[in-house]
Design a protein around this ligand. Structure first.
Ligand code: GLY
Ligand code: MN
Length: 470
């Protein structure tokens, strides 16, 4: 997509927002700061810059210190930052207001020095303040010398209402977003394959991380979408474990949950594979339970389908699988109703994906996460619609902290075969996660090029290890 086409899609995106906001009875102007870089103590540099997603959604760019404004009467104005001569000695020049106008399609792009005057002209009107709120405490860094004397009053109720309308629109991805997300997912797939080909007995988790992330970056990734999660052996049960110097061994599992970020958009993919050329019997049994839960959810996902019902179906499949291997006992309905499965599947089926790894808009208006162990970590509860991108990522884990907790052992005394669990406390965990676009008649698995069937994973591992026979 060329720059002109991209700017056209961005204009349509803002038009949809404008239409939604115009229907809400709010008088005040809207200001959406991009956010400022955060200094790193003891250096003259800054943490990696993350633009506020609301600014990035409305402009398509991530420009530190920029701000976008919207007025009912005049439409959009983009305030483009410029640097002093002294700053330009140390930092690259930001794009000019004209360059930002071309990239974003915001016709009225002006130097940020005009922001103070714009705010002055709004004096007396309640301000809707979306995007980063750092302007309230760091106004001078936006070139606004006297925020306090402007007597700017943020209308919190209006901010909440317009923010919710924006989050709702951000659920379905447009063509520019899908282009970026597709590239982010493709980069993730290549990075995962690189790690699956490299892993072997004696290697550290950190060594896999280095090669996987290098592949993300070679494929266009600007950075990782979140801290890469890599766990070998028992570490694979740590849901958000950081890769470290642990050395992996034959017979263990490796769980990798990692994605690349491209032009602000995240991918988020998980696979679990054996360090050896093949899974052990129990590893394969549980792997296939998780895979069945994931494949059923993918087969059922489509417009109008409640994401929570997919989660509950996956919970039932996992409960049945755990009964089949002798970990749980009892009827699946009773086990799921009592959250016994959540001792082993202690997170939600997945989440919205987009500008953030856990993108906004996951809960339908009026719904909130349930205060129940088996549902509390569900990050999305809404009917799916075409254009939504969600992850589908069931898992099974043996988390010693959870499984050694006396209160849980007592509560689930009848439902869990604790002697079996005691023999599996160092099993680790399995997660299989794909990024899924909801279409008009079902869904597309965007990360489907990365194999997930046990036999396919083993074929990659055999090839990687030079093992020719089964
Ligand atoms: N991939 C990390 C998460 O979904 O929380
Ligand atoms: Mn995820």
């Amino acid at each position: 997509m060329n720059a002109g086409e991209q700017a056209g899609v961005l204009r349509q995106r803002r038009q949809r927002v404008e239409t939604a906001w115009s229907g809400i009875d709010v008088d005040g102007p809207v200001l959406i700061p991009a956010s400022l870089p955060i200094p790193i103590d003891g250096t003259d540099q800054f943490h990696e810059f993350h633009a506020h997603p609301e600014f990035q959604y409305l402009t398509g760019v991530a420009e530190p210190g920029a701000a976008l404004a919207w007025e009912r009467e005049r439409g959009w104005t983009l305030f483009a930052p410029s640097l002093s001569v002294e700053d330009l000695v140390w930092m690259s020049a930001p794009p000019s207001a004209d360059a930002l106008a071309k990239a974003t399609g915001v016709g009225r792009s002006v130097d940020r020095s005009e922001l103070a005057g714009w705010l002055e002209s709004q004096r007396g009107r309640g301000l809707v303040l979306l995007g980063s709120r750092d302007i309230e405490t760091r106004a001078t860094e936006y070139g606004v010398e006297a925020w306090s004397t402007l007597e700017a009053v943020v209308d919190e109720d209006a901010t909440d209402r317009l923010g919710k309308a924006l989050a709702k629109l951000r659920r379905a991805k447009d063509a520019v977003e899908m282009d970026r997300m597709t590239r982010a997912v493709d980069a993730a797939v290549e990075g995962h394959l690189a790690a699956q080909r490299l892993a072997r007995h004696g290697l550290t988790e950190r060594a896999l991380q280095i090669e996987m992330e290098a592949e993300f970056f070679r494929q266009g990734g600007a950075r990782t979408a979140y801290g890469s999660i890599i766990g070998s052996g028992p570490n694979s049960a740590i849901l958000h474990g950081t890769p470290g110097e642990r050395v992996m061994s034959d017979g263990e599992l490796v769980l990798i949950d990692a994605g690349a970020e491209i032009e602000g958009y995240a991918s988020d993919v998980s696979r679990t594979f054996p360090v050896s050329a093949s899974f052990t019997t129990i590893q394969r049994e549980l792997y296939n339970v998780v895979l069945a839960a994931q494949q059923e959810a993918i087969a059922a996902a489509g417009p109008g389908v409640e994401y929570k019902s997919l989660h509950l179906q996956a919970s039932a499949t996992i409960a049945q699988g755990l009964v089949d291997v002798g970990v749980l006992r009892g009827s699946v309905d009773e086990l799921v109703a009592a959250d016994a499965h959540a001792l082993f599947f202690s997170h939600g089926l997945g989440h919205m994906l987009g500008l953030s790894t856990h993108d906004c808009g996951g809960y339908l208006e009026g719904r909130v996460p349930e205060d129940r162990f088996g549902l509390a970590y569900l990050r999305a509860d809404l009917p799916l619609q075409p254009g939504y991108v969600v992850t589908i990522e069931p898992g099974v884990y043996f988390v010693p902290a959870l499984l050694n907790d006396p209160a849980r052992r007592e509560r689930y005394a009848e439902m869990v075969n604790w002697d079996v669990v005691d023999g599996m406390l160092d099993f680790g965990g399995i997660r299989i996660e794909d990024d899924v676009l909801i279409t008009t008649d079902g869904c597309d698995v965007m990360s489907g090029a990365l194999p997930s069937a046990a036999a396919e994973i083993e074929a990659i591992r055999r090839d990687a290890l030079g093992v020719t026979s089964d």
